[in-house]
Write a protein that binds this ligand. Sequence first.
Ligand SMILES: Nc1nc2c(ncn2[C@@H]2O[C@H](COP(=O)(O)OP(=O)(O)O)[C@@H](O)[C@H]2O)c(=O)[nH]1
Ligand SMILES: [Mg+2]
Length: 255
Amino acid sequence: MDPIRIYIVGTAGSGKSTLTQAFKLWMDQQGYNAITVNLDPGVEELGYTPDVDIRDWVSVPQVMAEKGLGPNGAQIACADMAALRFPEISNVIEGFRSDYVLIDTPGQIELFAFREASAVFLNAFSSDDNVIVFVLDPTVAKTPAGLVSLLMLSSSIQFRFDTPMELVLGKCDLLEPEEAERILEHCGNTDSLLFALGDNMNMRSVAAIEFLRAMDSLGVRMVPKPVSSLEMTGLEEIYRSVQLITRGGDDLSSD
Ligand SMILES: Nc1nc2c(ncn2[C@@H]2O[C@H](COP(=O)(O)OP(=O)(O)O)[C@@H](O)[C@H]2O)c(=O)[nH]1
Ligand SMILES: [Mg+2]
């Protein structure tokens, strides 16, 4: 059976790399066979050693030096070069024959969302085996407008790739319990979120109303799973949800 590929996606600094590392540790502890893949060619300090590292094929500092590009131009060039190297990278990933592939995506979310490389990766596999785990940064999700913006961003990515997605509220250890509760309540209950946004009918609240109602009628609204990579909490819930999405809840370990 093909491995389940879990793409960890989120805004810069939301905690993607730390979650990749924590999730791998948790999977090891449970006896699940998982590998980690770093897809960020520009990262300097990762905090863990990935099993497969895009920097072995393309690296931002090297492209900056060779092509005389600045860091942003080099990031984009690298993302596009990674698409060309996809067959080799994919072969190395397949070689591990693991049940799970945890994919840490570039720090800047637009590199994942809007460059071709991620579409090449995602489309190469059956959509039944891909899941995007979208990490909500708690410092942004704390305000109602920040939360709606993140939900819009996650919808944009879901729309672009047509891949199942699980939402995660990251770094929960930094939130007061009632703050975390409020965010979860806002995600699950459109009226409470609209109420929190305020009732001044400006462009922003009309856009939010239309967006949230559209999500409601499509049935794609999601309540995030609260997670702390630091305290290793919420990882089992992500795992269960990924299993449900990809395998209808069958646990690989019971095969
Ligand atoms: N308190 C706390 N800090 C975290 C957690 N996850 C990540 N961080 C911190 O958030 C910062 C950004 O994390 P990183 O994983 O590099 O984010 P990325 O850019 O999305 O890959 C780092 O300083 C991490 O130590 C968490 O669960 N709890
Ligand atoms: Mg990172």
